[in-house]
Design a protein around this ligand. Sequence first.
Ligand SMILES: Cc1cc2nc3c(=O)[nH]c(=O)nc-3n(C[C@H](O)[C@H](O)[C@H](O)COP(=O)(O)OP(=O)(O)OC[C@H]3O[C@@H](n4cnc5c(N)ncnc54)[C@H](O)[C@@H]3O)c2cc1C
Length: 339
Amino acid sequence: MKTKNKTSLKDLNSFRVDCFSSNFNIINSEKEIIDFLVSNKEPDSIILGGGTNTLFKNDIDKPILKIQIKGIEVINENNNSILISVGAGEVWDDLVNWCLTNNYGGLENLSLIPGNVGSAPIQNIGAYGVELKDVFESCRAISIETGSLRIFKNIQCNFSYRSSIFKEELKNKYIITNVIFKLSKNNHVIDYSYEPLKNDLKNNNILNPTINDISKSVINIRSSKLPDPKLIGNCGSFFKNPVVDNIKYKKLKKKEDNIPYYKMSKNKVKIPAAWLIESCGFKGLRDGNTGTYDKHALIIVNHGKASGLEIFNFSQKIKNKVLKKFNILLEEEVNIIDN
Ligand SMILES: Cc1cc2nc3c(=O)[nH]c(=O)nc-3n(C[C@H](O)[C@H](O)[C@H](O)COP(=O)(O)OP(=O)(O)OC[C@H]3O[C@@H](n4cnc5c(N)ncnc54)[C@H](O)[C@@H]3O)c2cc1C
């Protein structure tokens, strides 16, 4: 374990907020976590992966544990499927590419999502019709309170849209050290039901896509509409898409006839947060050093010198306006870290 006192967090968060940690610890193994927990009785430690879903509101005095546990290991396989165990500190997209190189199917729709493997279960990352829960077998995690190791099987993680037990009742209670994935070795389930993916493949005359075709197409679409955090600071979607019941949706539809929705279940629909935000006039709006991305209203960007507090305050302006206009309280997808 490496501990540093004054560490700049600018290159460790994709909002590129320029702030400092006064107690920064780089963790390379489960043993280092346990050693840290034995010598630090601080229950409020902050766990950091790639920092692509984290907004630091200010300088951070609480200990930060940056998880860098590495390794990809095959633990079991048969003719059709394979189980791989992956260290929490592996970069997610490196894992996706490793799977594609080995012709293991399951992660291709999740290509190019920034961040690390250990953070993926926290919000059950998802894109283009697939979620982490579809390939997640189990994970190992250490309790911050007791230092004991626990295995969480898929069913125990309570995965749901952009959430899991680690974002709800066990929020900040466990450090995930590795994740086991179940992937296909042949007869891959190719999912291109998501409309933009279907259209991109069609435009490229691909009728029977392979997992590599899916990945390439996802990368095409993502690169054309999402801002690259290396060029402009952002954390992807700032808010979750709100889910409302049919009664509320019908009321909204009376006021705004063109309000889009996706059916979630018999009684629930999901409304695109981007549409709500755009309807409140925020798309591409600049507010000092921050604002929303001109191609996507759900993405808040740092135009260069925004502080965490400035970005946070701007997000609250959006939230208040949407609440006032639509009576919908947006919920943050980004994890906001306060000291
Ligand atoms: C341009 C862009 C596009 C994006 N697109 C998508 C998308 O399509 N779909 C999607 O789901 N997300 C998307 N995201 C969000 C982000 O990539 C994911 O949430 C990703 O999983 C975050 O990984 P991270 O390692 O950077 O997490 P961090 O920001 O480091 O951490 C996120 C949360 O997880 C906790 N955490 C991190 N590591 C651990 C661990 N080992 N154990 C316990 N807790 C931990 C942290 O405390 C924090 O609460 C996007 C982000 C960007 C910048």
